[in-house]
Design a protein around this ligand. Structure first.
Ligand SMILES: [Zn+2]
Length: 239
């Protein structure tokens, strides 16, 4: 039996952790921290509220650590102002935005600057559109290129050929459908090349194993022996 659950909050230091409590016909308490940054607690129907709260409190450090790790994995960029001097990231390197007044044309990477030309310097919406289309173009070129390179390796391990989609995703860097469709986050183009290759190879290996089983990781390691190191870098990457 499963109920829809009730919302509960515990305090862990200065932090508040919200969780949904589900009562079930089960013997032991189970806590699930999901990539959507939700916490679900499945408790035996016979336990009283205080008992459950105490059990969740005991696990608070573990829950907080999991939430932090997941949050780091989430590409949630800070809101940009689209003004000169602002920092932009491309392939893991920082560039400065330089807004110039003049006839509109595509943005250009020049030295350490990304130059944008708009008719009105204060029209941040135009600046944003120009920057966004530059990122979109760079993302398609870059992700296509690395997909080809990674697939050349994965295909030797009988990984079927994927269909690639690129779009902005809020919650993850990439995903893979059972029908062989790989979707990559457009924002991946902001991360170092090593990380781009890691996400692509990870999703490619999912075409053969649609889970995170031992077989999946052993295939991933055969295709990309330093995959762990790459993931560590990706987890620390802020875009
Ligand atoms: Zn995965």
């Amino acid at each position: 039996m499963r109920t829809d659950g009730t919302m509960n909050v515990i305090a862990f230091g200065t932090r508040k952790i919200t969780y949904t409590l589900h009562r079930e016909d089960r013997k032991r308490l189970r806590i699930v921290v999901a990539p959507e940054l939700t916490v679900d607690v499945f408790a035996p129907a016979t336990d009283d509220e205080d008992q459950i709260q105490a059990a969740v409190m005991k696990k608070a450090a573990w829950i907080a650590g999991k939430l932090d790790a997941l949050e780091r994995y989430h590409p949630l960029p800070a809101p940009k102002k689209y003004i000169s001097g602002e920092t932009l990231v491309y392939l893991g390197r920082q560039y400065r935005l330089k807004v110039e007044q003049g006839p509109r044309q595509p943005a250009k990477l020049m030295g350490q600057f990304l130059k944008v030309w708009v008719e009105d310097k204060h029209d941040t919406r135009s600046v944003r559109n120009t920057v966004d289309s530059w990122y979109r173009k760079r993302a398609h070129e870059t992700l296509d290129r690395y997909m080809t390179r990674c697939y050349a390796i994965a295909s030797r391990h009988a990984v079927p050929e994927p269909v690639l989609f690129i779009r902005t995703m809020r919650r993850c860097w990439g995903s893979c459908s059972p029908k062989g469709r790989i979707t990559l986050n457009l924002n991946l183009v902001k991360t170092p090349v090593h990380c781009i290759e890691y996400v692509i190879m990870h999703e490619l290996c999912h075409l053969k194993y649609h889970n995170h089983s031992k077989s999946f990781y052993s295939l991933l390691t055969r295709c990309q022996p330093d995959c762990r190191k790459r993931k560590e870098i990706l987890d620390k990457t802020v875009i």
